[in-house]
Design a protein around this ligand. Structure first.
Ligand code: MOS
Length: 753
């Protein structure tokens, strides 16, 4: 990669203001009034209910199942086990594409993790299916489960995350540490976390000959369609996935899973529609999770408080049969200026379900460790944590030296600190108490997330009445895509959002790519923007060539689309409505298409990230060790903001998850059996309203002319990345106890300080 600063490219034209309309979600009313239908709300006639029987051991084999007892139960019509499982067209032991993991679909009698499907029971009612599954009474040959560091098998992975290298090095690490005045070394652990979307994984599968219709929550409609088509040996266009609403995805609904494949297979086998809805407990296994990590950070600092070297090593847990590894160590590659950086990941094979992407995969776990280590380094240098980060501000991308397409991180630090009231914070811990005698602590962390884009396509149709229909297979999993994408399309079409009908959430529309990686608005948005512009260009051509139009001779470049009219750029008073242009030229509609397109030269030349700074206040009971996050202020810069209301909501969501990561969430495996002991929402702790502090999200303006023609970065995942460390650092500041194991628990704080 070139270390030279590229000459500035021709900037993209700017579009409107930096921040758009804060309109409310188009799907909001449907959801709060219960009119929105989710996958499991579908009841086609002749429906069979499927329930997976799942293993209660984590490793071994199923020696016997009492299939006869299950089948004798009234209402049970079939039991599918490895002995009679119908064939699939794609070998489930072979990975299928980037997000297509190897999965359990009853291909053998082996048990590889607790909650693995070991049979599928089909019945005329849900109750009968549940009772039938219970009657199977599996007998197992049990092998000791590998549950942690003590008995897991370490290995050197070929890749981390979805294809990143397991080792990345910049500069001379030994020289960096040799030049350091101090080396701060710290070990961190992060637990297994499960997505726990409100809507469980579900599918209603219907076959009509070799055509398949699937109602299911799905973050990547067209990509998944192709994968299901491969498993069932039919052309992609024969598979229709309907996913109008998702009750949360967070990455877990972007990957295929075994239970869904089994339900589809059962529907074909039984020649009847089949519905499968996982129970909450059954989601702790076959549908992904945030994998455990054991991270070591070494930071070298010189006498001025400058980083001389960063070494981030992560041991990441995965299953015995797949390779997804949380890319936590890579969080240190892009955050701070350091002449030498080494990121390394090792794998640890355990008898668990395969982990997968979960909101800010890598960055969430990695920044949790990095931001605490940075706090420790600041203290070692006798510096304020914010001053220390500013001292190590990366003026260009660490390692590559590429300039940032935009980087308002300094403004984020400044605005966040001001709103929080950071100035005057004592350096030492245990200096502040509130009126009730609770220890008060303040901490901060840097938030950062890259700006991936995915291939995406869209179609726009201008109708005779001057309104428009825009279509793309986008996914709204609660983030507000339907609304923000409609706003982008409306802007490109020169219409109000109310004049734009937006069709989405079905796989036979143009491919909108993956709703993930914080890249959906940018990716699908670019496709819609281009489709809208394509229509307008064609409309301008029609008008410009028509001597009867006031736009005659204006040419394509010479018009502006707004308010449902084309205006001459040189004389905006001369204009004509879309409806009139279409009517006079005899068109009933005008169709345009667009795809995600970026300037590839710019993508190579500039480093592209969203940035932010999170400031946290906690209060800790000095006697009981109870921690409350009382105040969070995040300031984020993510390029152009399409809808500030929705974006703020994304930041809040990320920050709330940061509270959860720092103080609450962990799935705990029983070391004797490998079973998760808290696979329910009573004991798997997530924040309720009382746990959510006062939240403030500041939208720091940022004009990015290179990231893409819209100037849009991504906002979905960055909120969690700074928050975890900020809270942990605040806990230290309150108590003087440095906890490096997440989540921070009462017992970590008692007796310390
Ligand atoms: Mo996400 S973890 O990119 O849905």
């Amino acid at each position: 990669m070139s270390l030279e600063t590229p000459a500035p490219l021709t900037p993209y034209p700017r579009h409107g203001s930096n921040s758009g309309q804060p309109i409310s979600r188009r799907d909001g009313e449907l959801k709060v009034t219960g009119q929105a239908t989710y996958a499991a709300d579908n009841h086609p006639p002749g429906l069979l209910y499927a329930v997976t029987a799942v293993s209660s051991i984590a490793r071994g084999r199923v020696a016997a199942l009492d299939v006869a007892a299950a089948k004798a139960h009234p209402g049970v019509v079939e039991v599918i086990t490895p002995a009679n499982r119908p064939p699939l067209s794609h070998d489930p032991d072979v990975k299928l594409g980037m997000f297509g993991f190897r999965i359990e679909v009853l291909q053998d009698d082996k048990v590889r993790y607790a909650n693995q499907p070991i049979a599928l029971v089909l019945a005329e009612s849900l109750e009968a299916a549940v009772e039938g599954a219970a009657l199977l009474r599996p007998r197992y040959e049990v092998e000791p489960a590998r549950t942690g560091l003590g008995n897991g098998d370490r290995y050197a992975p070929a890749a981390v995350g979805v294809g990143a290298p397991p080792r990345t090095a910049f500069g001379d690490l030994d020289a960096g540490f040799a030049a350091a005045d101090q080396v701060i070394e710290a070990e961190f652990t992060t637990p297994a976390q499960f997505h726990n979307a409100m809507e469980p994984h579900a599918v209603v599968a219907q076959w009509d000959g070799d055509h398949l219709t699937l109602d299911m929550p799905n973050q990547a409609l067209v990509m998944s369609r192709e994968a299901y088509a491969a498993y069932f040996g039919v052309p992609g266009e024969n598979v229709l996935i309907r996913s109008p609403f998702l009750g949360g995805g967070f990455g877990s609904k972007a990957i295929l899973n075994g239970p869904q494949i089994l339900a589809i297979l059962a529907a074909r086998h039984m020649r009847r529609p089949v519905k499968l809805v996982l129970s909450r407990a059954q989601m702790y296994g076959p549908v992904g999770h945030r994998g455990r990590t054991w991270q070591t950070l070494r930071l070298g600092v010189d006498g001025e408080g400058r980083l001389t070297a960063m070494h981030h090593h992560s041991l990441a847990a995965t299953s015995s049969f797949e390779d997804f590894l949380e890319p936590a160590a890579n969080a240190s590659l892009h955050a701070y200026a350091s002449p030498a950086i080494l990121s390394q990941t090792e794998g640890l094979r355990l008898d668990i379900g395969t982990p997968g992407p979960m909101r800010a995969p890598g960055e969430a776990s990695g920044s949790a460790a990095l931001e605490v280590a940075m706090d420790e380094a600041a203290l070692a240098c006798g510096m304020d944590p914010l001053a220390f980060r500013l001292k190590n501000f990366a003026e260009t991308e660490p390692g590559t030296g590429r300039p940032y397409s935009s980087n308002a991180l300094r403004e984020c630090y400044a605005e966040g600190a001001k709103a929080f009231g950071w100035a005057g914070r004592p350096l030492q811990p245990r200096q502040m108490r509130d009126k009730d005698g609770l220890l008060v602590g303040w901490g901060m962390g840097t938030a950062l997330f890259p700006c991936p884009h995915f291939p995406a396509e869209a179609r726009a149709t201008l109708r005779a009445d001057g309104t428009a229909l825009v279509e793309t297979a986008g996914v709204d999993m609660g983030q507000g895509a339907w609304t923000a994408l409609a706003q982008i399309a409306a802007e490109a079409l020169g219409l109000d959002p109310e004049q734009v009908e937006f069709r989405s959430g079905v796989s036979d529309l143009p491919d909108a790519g993956v709703a993930g990686g914080s890249g959906h608005t940018a990716s699908a948005g670019l496709a819609l923007h281009n489709a809208g512009q394509n229509v307008i260009a064609r409309l301008a051509e029609l008008a410009g060539a028509d001597p009867a139009s006031p736009l005659f001779g204006a040419g394509n470049i010479g018009v502006v689309a707004k308010g449902g009219r084309l205006h001459r750029r040189d004389d905006e008073g001369r204009s004509e409505s879309y409806a009139d242009i279409l009517a006079r030229t005899g068109q009933t509609e005008l169709v345009g298409t667009g795809r995600m397109a970026r300037d590839e030269e710019a993508v190579q030349a500039w480093a592209m990230y969203s940035h932010g700074a999170v400031f946290a206040e906690v209060k800790v009971d000095p006697d009981l060790g109870m921690v409350r996050a009382t105040r969070l202020v995040g300031a984020f810069a993510a390029g152009r903001i399409i809808n500030p209301k929705l974006v703020r909501s994304q930041y809040y969501g990320g920050m709330i998850w940061g509270v959860s990561f720092a103080l609450q969430e962990a799935a705990i495996a029983d070391p004797r059996t490998g079973r998760i002991m808290n696979a329910d929402l009573a004991e798997y702790r997530i924040p309720v309203n009382a746990d959510v502090p006062s939240l403030e999200a500041i939208l720091v303006p940022e004009d990015d002319r290179y990231v893409n023609p819209l100037g849009v970065k991504g906002v979905g995942e960055i909120g969690i990345t700074g928050t975890v460390g900020a809270i942990a650092n605040a806990v230290w500041h309150a108590t003087g106890v440095r906890v490096r194991r997440f989540p921070i628990q009462i017992e970590d704080l008692l007796g310390g300080g």
